[in-house]
Design a protein. Sequence first.
Length: 262
Amino acid sequence: MNINYETIILEISDGVATITLNRPRALNALNAQLFGEFDQALGEVTANPEARVLIVTGSGGKAFAAGGDIVFMQPLTSLQAREFVMSIRDTMLKLENLPIPTIAAINGMTLGGGNELAMGFDLRIAEEQAVFGQPEINLGIIPGAGGTQRLPRLVGMTRAKELVFLGETINAQEAYRIGLVNLVVPTGTALEKAGEIAKKLIAKSAVALKIAKSSMNVGIQLDIGSALTYEAECFSGLFATEDQKEGMLAFMEKRKPAYKNR
Ligand code: CO8
């Protein structure tokens, strides 16, 4: 596939798919075109067996993404707004359930829809100058791309309500403290760090990673009994893979496993 994107850049090399949000003059504000292209790129990544990890970052050196595009949204009718967020809902679910690990390399302002996008990734690495927030309340609206749902699930209702109600920003260290990001790194190094983590992930069994992600993503939405049953199904299913046999045999033979990802 060779799709010509205008608002994002997609590169796939050495097992890593990298999507760069590319509207630097608008601080990578997210409009329908960008989300549409992002959705298409997710399809491309899923269809490409070479892509073992997805990384996303922002262009321009200032922002990861400064939110939904306010200029685009201002004149929308209620119906158009619904259409917009429902299509984003689908893209975010596609992202969240991508069968490979995903990493947000957060290299600047991550606000509103930008933070909502980041929350759809499995891991978040923040540069120390990054700021985070859900400032929608200051525009007379609320987060509409999953923020009122994913934020409490990630950091707890107490912190989530504070962020959504007050609309104030927090710095990267505070984002780390409340569990919004996995790691804080020096300015200019998030992408490099994400690449290092991706390399470690590529050395693991892709099938085990896929099932681990599914076990957690599905299980967290179920009651504990059903979730444990789902985990048991995921766990036992892996015993039908070559990678499980190889992983355990390699341990017994005191060598590194050579996974075939099946
Ligand atoms: N939408 C559209 N344009 C934007 C946005 C945005 N969210 N953020 C920045 N820009 C534009 C500015 O208008 C400006 O354009 P221009 O040069 O043409 O005037 C350019 O980017 C540079 O921005 P600033 O000059 O303002 O840069 P500063 O460094 O002075 O300020 C800030 C940076 C603090 C980030 C400031 O731009 C700001 O407050 N931006 C808005 C942040 C915000 O409120 N975000 C939430 C938006 S609402 C939302 O995300 C809800 C979405 C719900 C569903 C959709 C999800 C995709």
